[in-house]
Design a protein around this ligand. Structure first.
Ligand code: PLP
Length: 482
């Protein structure tokens, strides 16, 4: 299968090349030339790991040995063998994506990516060691560290803003074990760290280095493809529970930031899964809500700091892939829209594209106030504890059902453990906030009776291994010295 950039269809790579390169040379994202034929009914018959294998084999046919790679990526690393359990809560079904090694939904993709990258390197005959560089505002860094730790032939270096991540997130990163990991704080904010990483990539282009540089962020098709699996898994659970019959459509509500998670849902639909509406749920940074309502994407607005920080984002990279798919793979159009976004901060899509979006997606947002209310209400009514990101998706699902009367089953994607945001969750359900985040976790456990995930509970006593702090101008020499 041939992959090309969303911005030009002249040059091709195979799926291994797309995984290895991450971003296309023209700045576009790699997409398959066409959606492969797929036996979705057969796929639903296996367990989660065989579903993952079938889906990855369809999307990344040039990666050999996938059953073994999938086994290595996931076996024994998640709290449950089915990786992403579903829980009926009120009229909805919650899909828990946070049962991985760092209690973040990004574990699903970042457990698999290192395996895909290593295999892709072999296929492409690249011999150098790979150095993964990542700037993180919290969750991605830890999930990437855990995914890449001790993977042969790969090193990983994570930069986070000094003082800019939560106490728990910092503890998760600075205690990271593994012989191939480096973690370093940068004096500055997340943008400084991210710009620093981009500058390193630019400075190293064309230079003879001991490593080949790569990144773990969600523009890599190797991060997106593994996420398709849990849509199939949720569907299967609904079948097994007798809530649907094979072929019935199911709606999904997705707390959205970079548009990777929800795009995986659309890919599941393209592979045949009976997906109904995809609900794009945002927080106060509602660029996507406005876009889906009006057809105009406008990033010219201030970024709000919210209590669902993983969705505090103004440019959702993976939306580019949706524009590509819905425009009938019109790479010239996508290139033009992206160049307008770059130069003017705004673009509008043609009417036909807007109509195609309307048929598939519904969007709304919830601010912090509504988010807190929802956490409390879900707790009071159903005794289910959800994190702020999940609460945003829940609220939007509720509004959708109220406004449309749609009776198809609704799956709400849950992207973080409530224990990753203990202060927000505690105050929403009326708990005391004194002490640090670790105290708050314990209090939340006492109030709710829901156990703290092991990886978080054991953090407090772990030795700190990575305590360095550098200025943003020191990042390049730091990396060159690795
Ligand atoms: C990354 C993240 C999201 C957003 O997912 P996208 O794929 O970027 O849309 C939502 N919730 C949490 C907790 C996340 O970490």
């Amino acid at each position: 299968m041939r992959y090309h950039s969303t911005r030009n269809d002249a040059d091709f790579v195979n799926s291994a090349g797309a995984v290895l390169e991450g971003l296309a040379p023209d700045g576009g994202l790699y997409m398959p030339e066409e959606v492969p034929a797929f036996d979705w009914k057969k796929c639903l018959k296996g367990d989660t790991l065989s579903m993952a294998t079938a889906i990855l084999s369809a999307l990344l046919p040039d990666i050999p040995n996938l059953p073994e790679l999938v086994r290595r990526a996931y076996t024994g690393k998640f709290e449950t063998d089915d990786l992403t359990p579903t829980v009926p809560v009120g009229n909805f079904t919650v899909l828990e994506l946070f049962r991985g090694p760092t209690s973040a939904f990004k574990d699903v993709a970042l457990s698999m990516l290192p395996q895909l990258l290593t295999a892709a390197r072999d296929v492409c005959g690249q011999e150098k060691e790979i150095l993964i560089l990542t700037a993180t505002s919290g969750d991605t860094g830890k999930a990437a560290l855990e995914g890449f730790r001790d993977v042969p032939g790969i090193r990983i270096c994570v930069f986070y803003p000094d003082g800019g991540v939560s106490k728990v997130q910092r503890a998760q990163m600075v205690t990271q074990e593994g012989g191939n990991v480096t973690v370093c704080a940068v004096r500055g904010n997340f943008d400084d760290a991210q710009t620093g990483v981009k500058n390193i990539f630019a400075a190293c282009r064309g230079r003879e280095l001991k490593y080949s540089l790569s990144s773990a962020n969600s523009i890599n098709i190797g991060r997106l493809a593994p996420q398709v699996t849990y849509y199939f898994k949720a569907y299967r659970d609904l079948l097994d529970a007798g809530k649907i019959r094979l072929g019935d459509e199911v709606n999904f509500s997705v707390p959205t930031g970079n548009f990777g998670d929800i795009l995986a849902g659309y890919l599941a639909k393209l592979l045949g899964l009976p997906v109904g509406m995809l609900l794009c749920a945002s927080n106060a940074n509602k660029v996507l809500t406005d876009f889906i309502h009006t057809g105009t994407y406008d990033r010219r607005r201030p970024l709000h700091k919210t209590d669902s920080p993983s969705m505090d984002i103004l440019v959702s990279s993976n939306l580019e892939r949706l524009l590509y798919l819905l425009s009938g793979c019109d790479t010239a159009l996508v290139a033009e829209l992206m160049s307008r976004l770059n130069s003017q901060g705004v673009y509008s899509v043609p009417n036909e594209l807007k109509e195609a979006i309307d048929a598939l997606f519904w969007a709304d947002y919830a601010g912090d106030e509504a988010t807190y209310e929802t956490i409390r209400q879900v707790w009071d009514q159903h005794h289910y504890l959800c994190d702020p990101h999940t609460a945003v998706a829940w609220k939007v699902a509720e509004r959708y059902v109220n406004q449309t009367g749609d009776t198809r089953p609704m799956v709400v994607l849950s992207t973080a453990s409530p224990y990753k945001f203990p202060a927000a969750v505690l105050s929403a359900i009326g708990g005391e906030l004194d002490g640090d985040e670790f105290d708050q976790m314990e209090r939340l456990e006492a109030v709710s009776g829901v156990p703290v995930p092991r990886n978080l509970a054991t953090l407090r006593g772990k030795p700190e291994r990575h305590t360095g702090v550098i200025g943003k101008d020191e990042m390049l020499p730091f990396v060159l010295g690795l």
